[in-house]
Design a protein around this ligand. Structure first.
Ligand code: SAM
Ligand code: SF4
Length: 329
């Protein structure tokens, strides 16, 4: 699949639920309204849809949410999708998770063909963790990370940089990830969906963070790419990789290779734009996959050039109304 700007679309992120057992301050309001269960794609529909993407040349699928591991019976879907990996049609099946359920599911994930997971962890301080996630339990996430490692999964830690909250911890995070053998990616907050606080207060430009880190660490530019928007350096002292996702200070839309599907089967061709394609209607209109295939191709043909995220006092409104947990972060 090639979009109008010549970019090959080989990566799909699929949100399997918009629900979550945490309420991270930058992601959700405490009182969220979730989509009615009847509107969700069933696991069978998600499997069918993923199969069409694979036929169309998608090489990597990431399951996300909301919290993907709170979706009931998710392991059935992972097993189905894992077959595409085991049989060589798909290079990679991965998952982004808050880690709260990993102790239960890590071994199954590995068994069904997952080899890498991204775990979101913004702090190593238990009290701060509970303040950021509102409902999360730090010990449970640590146990989940340990279970993932024990199961053989490679781990990347995603850390959202929050001004005045975790900015004093990045040195400690780098050291910890280095010791544990985890990659680490720092992410700028993006203006998506209404939250309870003020985003301009949370926003911390990573250009600033990087300059500060360079006082304590030797950061060497490397070519490593995962096909995502992160740009990586090697931390010489730990040997670990450190990524920066900077949608606001730099955007990397020109090399975007992905689309996102929500848990209700809406495909967004860009995280930061409103245009979308209704794949659920296509899935439900007939038993065959021709309509779905066509709906995907029509959407790709409209993929926009990029997003226009801005966070400052004048633009203190979400760039898009939907939350990250709807589109799938
Ligand atoms: N619940 C899972 C998790 O937390 O990893 C998967 C979904 S979550 C929406 C995916 C990622 O998006 C997480 O790393 C989270 O920190 C990040 N995220 C959520 N809202 C964000 C925002 N407004 N700006 C930047 N990153 C955000
Ligand atoms: Fe849940 Fe992930 Fe959003 Fe936190 S970032 S509220 S864990 S979906």
């Amino acid at each position: 699949m090639i979009d109008p700007f010549g970019r090959a679309i080989t990566y799909v992120r699929i949100s399997v639920t918009d629900r979550c057992d945490f309420r991270c301050v930058y992601c959700m309001a405490e009182n969220m309204t979730f989509v009615p269960k009847a509107e969700l794609l069933s696991l069978e529909e998600l499997d069918r849809l993923a199969g069409v993407f694979v036929e169309l040349g998608v090489e990597r699928i990431r399951l996300t949410g909301g919290e993907p591991l709170v979706r009931r019976n998710l392991m059935w879907l992972v097993e189905q999708l894992g077959r595409h990996v085991i049989e060589g049609r798909l290079h990679e099946l991965t998952l982004t998770t808050n880690g709260s359920q990993l102790d239960r599911f890590a071994a199954d994930l590995f068994r069904f063909g997952v080899r890498r997971v991204n775990v979101s962890l913004d702090t190593l301080d238990a009290a701060k963790f509970e303040a950021i996630t509102r409902w999360g339990k730090f010990g449970k996430v640590m146990a989940g990370i340990e279970a993932a490692r024990a199961a053989g999964l490679a781990i990347k830690i995603n850390c959202v940089a929050l001004k005045g909250v975790n900015e004093d911890e990045f040195d400690r995070m780098i050291a910890w990830c280095g010791e544990q053998g985890f990659d680490l990616t720092l992410i700028e907050t993006m203006p998506m969906g209404a939250i309870d606080g003020d985003r301009t207060e949370q926003y911390l430009p990573l250009s600033l963070v990087r300059a500060r880190l360079e006082r304590s660490w030797t950061l060497e530019d490397i070519d490593y790419r995962t096909g995502g928007p992160a740009r990586y350096v090697r931390v010489k002292e730990t040997g670990g990789r450190l990524g920066f996702i900077t949608p606001l200070t730099h955007n990397f839309c020109e090399s975007c290779n992905r689309v996102r599907v929500t848990c209700t089967g809406t495909m967004y061709m860009c995280l930061g734009q409103e245009d979308k394609a209704d794949l659920r209607a296509a899935l439900r209109a007939s038993e065959g996959n021709e309509l779905v295939r066509q709906a995907i191709l029509d959407g790709i043909a409209r993929k926009p050039k990029g997003h226009d995220f801005v966070i400052d006092r004048r633009h203190n409104r979400p760039a898009v109304r939907r939350h990250m947990s709807v589109t799938g972060g």
